[in-house]
Design a protein around this ligand. Structure first.
Ligand code: NOJ
Length: 749
């Protein structure tokens, strides 16, 4: 009988707190019994280290003391094996010897830098994104990290928002697939594995909808928008087993998310059954005073912990005020115990109680960073992230500008990014000096491709953002001597990222003037745009014949760009976010609701939704991306014209490579729910398939439309499936629909 009882108890612990082995469940409960209130609150406290420095690891002495006395559960921003080991040893001097978690923002790699997350999203290659996430985990887990503060899964419609570079763009379907892939990549075979780190889905929630794209700003949104657009990637991350969630800096409908029981308790831990823990964002507990939501730090601690925020990042507010709040009966021991169990469960799952140093290994680290396969994967990801926006035949010529021949006589390389080193890595790459010698500049990448007889001329022309045109003359001079010009333009790496919102998203400085000066020489131009967000560059987009959007591609950037420039890789990227014609169009996104007076895309709007001084469509649409070949879509078939609510419909088509080189096309399936109990988007991406085709080759592509692709969330946040007519659209981009059909969802037919 006692045995049976034990089994039942263990079973329910496992149900509640994850996949702990029975023996660890018992160890956890024993530990909980021994812990004082102060030690429990210690687990809910996280300190930052000195991210760039080696010594001291902490800049404040009391932090060392707190570590030794069991008053810290986790630290962030600790760099390297030596420092991690040192801090873990201090934590193990505490009475109960509870090991620390080490968290870091390894947004797109630690030592080996991959393309920024938004760039990776442009590859639409879910498997490859999982692989780069895996490699980042393999490297980092040898260097002390056991916890990543990503994936960042915030949807955004606003390229002014600097943090657009951290996410997967604007689409909830694509964003959900990517969120889950990154969680799988970081957590590998499960967080007990030595090369796995805990994933954090952030920033919960709706942070990307900051009004005006101003970072940390207020968010005000309807429930249907929250559920249909902003929450799906978080749900996908939770379902993929993300170990933690981070809340966000914004208020949502007036309530700071750190204090939102609706988000953290009702949705995440309630409806979604999330078993991990929630960490605050940096200082977001204390920020609630400035929000005017609580009057002081004590009120902030009470509001945050009550709402389900389990760990306090850097603020020390839990440490200071929770003991008093518990003593006064304002916070129950159940709330504290629940938070601590969630945190300790993850420490047990990670295996830290068996080996607190398991994520520290010089040998594994060296093996990881010297792995040629990892570097090749980074370059592959770089190639796939590049989007060919435009490739026209220049006046007087017969072929498009790209791909370039490796035997061109003279190439002029112009622009502030041709020789850039650090810039290629983009934001969130603080450990870059570790890897500076491996970074392939664009100049080096190009140089390594061209024949020995090709002459490369170089002139910077201008800086990214100053006002001097002193370098123009030299740039014009070399452009005149060249057969083709490659211009590398864009932002500085730190113009996008946290707290890097811009009101003007055109090329900074005098870059556009430089492009005009070079264009006037008549030499054909290929333009590379390096940026962490969609930029507005209408003049160049209208005049320059060939444009590659290269984002920030990481350590191997120059190699990947050269692979595409010279046709060793045929570009296949597709935009994961809409590129506006002007900042005035923002927010602009493809999956908007239909209005009562829908605009005509390519005209001025009179008595229609839109502007009288601008075309209504974007400059480059979601899903857009060209290839060096062309694809023809045809032979559209649907298995039925009606579907039952538990049925499915097969939609198929043929794609033919009608050009002269092999290429990869991403065939996109969009649906439109014609009439709903609430207005529904004009189209929504619901599936896509990547097909590789040799010249002349034809392949069939099939999609299966299942009921889950037709559901949506109503204003109550309830998922519903409503019978009615659906349009089916198959395209090469959201604005390039090639095939259409429709069907009726109805059980009575
Ligand atoms: C603040 C950022 O919002 C968050 O994304 C990051 O993980 C933390 N700082 C820690 O660096």
């Amino acid at each position: 009988m006692r045995k049976l009882l034990l089994v039942i108890i263990l079973f329910s612990f496992q149900q509640l707190f994850g996949q702990l082995k029975p023996a660890d469940s018992i160890r956890l409960e024993n530990l909980m019994k021994q812990m004082t209130l102060e030690e429990k609150i210690g687990q809910m406290n996280m300190y930052t280290g000195n991210i760039f420095g080696d010594d001291p690891v902490f800049t404040a002495d009391f932090k060392y003391e707190d570590l030794k006395n069991g008053r810290v559960g986790a630290v962030l921003n600790v760099n390297g094996i030596k420092n991690t080991k040192y801090l873990q040893e201090l934590a193990l001097q505490s009475r109960l010897k509870i090991p620390l978690l080490f968290g870091n923002d390894v947004l797109h790699g630690l030592h080996l830098l991959f393309p920024i997350p938004l760039a990776e999203a442009a590859s639409w290659d879910i498997g490859l994104m999982e692989k780069t996430a895996r490699i980042a985990a393999i490297e980092s887990s040898a260097r002390g990290n056991n916890w990543f503060f990503q994936p960042m899964v915030d949807i955004t419609h606003d390229p002014r928002w600097g943090r657009v570079m951290e996410g997967a763009g604007e689409d909830p379907y694509l964003g959900s697939l990517i969120a889950a892939a990154r969680v799988r990549g970081y957590q590998g075979n499960g967080i007990g594995d030595t090369t796995s780190v805990m994933a954090t889905a952030k920033h919960f929630a709706a942070y990307g909808a900051a009004i005006g794209g101003r970072d940390y700003n207020t968010v005000d949104m309807s429930n249907q928008e929250l559920w249909n657009v902003y929450l799906p990637p978080f749900k996908a991350a939770a379902e993929a087993g993300a170990s933690s969630f981070m809340n966000s800096f914004n208020t949502l409908n007036g309530v700071p998310t750190t204090a939102s029981s609706y988000l953290q308790r009702d949705i995440l831990k309630g409806e979604w059954g999330f078993r991990g823990f929630v960490v605050s964002d940096w200082g977001s507990v204390g920020d609630m005073i400035a929000h005017g939501y609580v009057k002081d730090a004590e009120g902030a601690a009470l509001a945050a912990v009550t709402a389900g925020c389990d760990m306090d990042m850097e603020d020390q507010i839990y440490k200071k005020y929770l003991p008093k709040l518990v003593a006064e009966g304002k916070v129950s021991m159940d709330i504290i115990d629940d938070a601590v169990r969630r945190i300790l469960t993850k420490k047990f799952e990670l295996g830290l109680f068996d080996d607190p140093f398991k994520f520290i290994s010089q040998e594994r680290w060296e093996k990881a960073i010297n792995n040629p396969g990892h570097i090749e994967t980074a370059r592959q990801m770089g190639r796939e992230s590049i989007v060919l926006l435009k490739n026209e035949i220049p006046e007087g010529k017969t072929q498009p500008v790209l791909p370039l021949s490796k035997n061109i006589k003279t190439i002029a390389l112009i622009g502030p990014h041709i020789m850039s080193v650090r810039e290629n890595l983009g934001f969130w790459s603080p450990w870059w000096p570790d890897d500076s010698t491996r970074i392939i500049t664009q100049y080096q990448g190009i140089k390594s491709k061209v024949s020995a007889n090709t002459r490369l001329l170089y002139a910077k022309g201008c800086e990214v953002s100053d006002t001097s045109t002193a370098g123009f003359a030299e740039a014009v001079r070399i452009a005149k001597q060249a057969d083709v010009v490659i211009m590398s333009m864009g932002e500085q790496f730190d113009m996008s990222g946290e707290s890097r919102s811009r009101s003007d998203i055109t090329f900074p400085g005098v870059q556009e003037a430089l492009i005009k000066a070079i264009y006037a020489t008549g030499t054909p131009i290929v333009m590379l745009v390096n940026a962490g967000r969609p930029l507005v560059f209408n003049w160049a987009a209208d005049h320059v014949p060939a444009i590659l959007y290269t984002w920030w591609l990481g350590t191997t950037a120059g190699g990947a760009i050269a692979d595409v420039l010279f046709g060793d890789y045929n570009p296949s990227g597709k935009l994961p976010i809409t590129f506006p014609r002007s900042v005035g169009q923002v927010p602009i996104f493809y999956n908007h609701l239909s209005t009562g007076k829908p605009p005509k895309n390519d005209s001025i709007a009179y008595y229609r939704t839109g502007y009288i001084d601008l075309m209504q469509n974007p400059k480059f649409a979601f899903g857009h991306g060209l290839s060096y070949t062309t694809f023809e879509y045809g032979d559209f078939r649907m298995s039925d014209s009606t579907m039952k609510t538990d049925g499915s419909i097969r939609v198929s088509l043929s794609v033919t490579n009608t050009g002269k080189v092999a290429g990869e096309e991403t065939v996109q399936l969009y649906l439109r729910d014609k009439v709903g109990s609430i207005a529904r988007p004009v189209k929504e991406l619901k599936d896509f398939k990547k097909v590789i085709l040799k010249p002349g080759e034809k392949k069939r592509v099939e999609f299966v439309i299942t009921p889950d692709k037709l559901t949506f969330y109503n204003e109550q946040g309830k998922q519903v499936l409503e019978p009615g007519e659906f349009d089916v659209m198959i395209g090469s981009a959201s604005d390039d629909i090639r095939l259409k059909g429709s069907f009726l969802l109805n059980d009575e037919l």
